[in-house]
Design a protein around this ligand. Structure first.
Ligand SMILES: [Zn+2]
Length: 305
């Protein structure tokens, strides 16, 4: 479990403990009986610990105290479990882990990780495979192309984290839904529990430039994430000694680790070579690592009313 996750659960337990303290104080104000029941409970526990009371006797006293507390709560119009420990997730009792011998992450922890991932991944939540609407394509040829793209992208996600060809290069003019597929891939990958980072190329370069100012490696998240979806390649600023070098490093290091990478660009192959040079562009289109999808046709956005 990460330190961040540990802190999340310890904060959650604190919150719930405070809530229970508030409830206890509230009940004490409503009836003095709660305080005396609590004191009696403490006394029984001490006597049992000091072996002045049998386990059976202690258990039956505690049960009687609990029962009276419940009837008192009900008589005050409160739920019978109002003073029980409060857990946001009763399954793991807000520890984030389940299992006796072998601890594993509780479903609530996996959900939390996915939410964090989504929040940090710049994904547009409305653009998913499920929300995909082929009716937006009025031209039959484009509709067929988009459906093929969708099938292909869904197979790619299903094969993550190790598709046969780890990289996917989606090329085509703007307005053909390339970014939509990038989003849908990232979103579906996160749903599958794959660590995903989606960014526009200019955000990647900006992160590297910010890192230089702070003497940090701004490229690090782009190298390490399991799935990288890099959109809008070709719209980033060409900063000497930064832009081309950054993409080279990303492609080179991710390629060496066969980490899945989706690149999306309005440029065509020639455009990639012109802009990034042989060394980078040849890696982008490397057939051993990359499946290339070329979307053709008119701008979809001009048709959407
Ligand atoms: Zn849980």
């Amino acid at each position: 479990m990460t330190n961040e996750l540990k802190r999340y659960y310890s904060d959650l337990r604190d919150q719930n403990r405070k809530l229970l303290e508030q409830r206890t104080a509230e009940c004490d104000r409503l009836s003095p009986r709660f305080r005396s029941l609590q004191n009696e409970r403490g006394l029984v526990m001490r006597q049992y610990a000091a072996k002045k009371m049998t386990k059976q006797a202690a258990q039956s006293r505690i049960a009687a105290i609990s029962a009276e507390r419940k009837t008192t709560l009900i008589s005050l119009g409160l739920p019978a479990n109002y003073l029980d420990p409060i857990y946001t997730c009763p399954k793991c009792q807000d520890t984030g882990e389940v299992g006796d011998d072998v601890k594993k992450l509780c479903a609530c922890a996996l959900r939390k990780l996915q939410e964090d991932e989504r929040a940090g991944s710049r994904i547009n939540d409305s653009e998913t495979f499920a929300a995909f609407d082929e009716a937006l394509y009025t031209n039959d040829e484009q509709k067929k192309q988009a459906l093929n793209m969708r099938r292909f992208a869904e197979r790619y996600v299903a094969a993550l984290p190790a598709p046969e060809k780890p990289n996917l290069l989606i090329l085509g003019q703007s307005g053909l839904g390339k970014s939509y597929f990038g989003n849908a891939i990232a979103s579906a990958a996160i749903d599958r529990g794959i660590r995903t980072l989606k960014a526009a190329a200019y955000q990647c370069i900006q992160s590297v430039l910010d890192g230089i100012d702070r003497r940090e490696e701004g490229v690090e998240p782009f190298l390490k994430t399991t799935l990288l979806v890099l959109d809008d390649l070709g719209t980033e600023p060409m900063v000497p000694n930064v832009t081309v070098e950054t993409f080279f490093r990303i492609l080179n290091e991710r390629g060496a680790g066969r980490l899945p990478t989706v690149l999306i660009s309005n440029l065509d192959r020639e455009g990639l070579f012109e802009r990034y040079g042989e060394r980078v562009a040849s890696r982008m289109i490397d057939g051993a690592l990359t499946a290339i999808v070329l979307l053709k046709g008119d701008n979809l956005r001009t048709r959407v009313r």
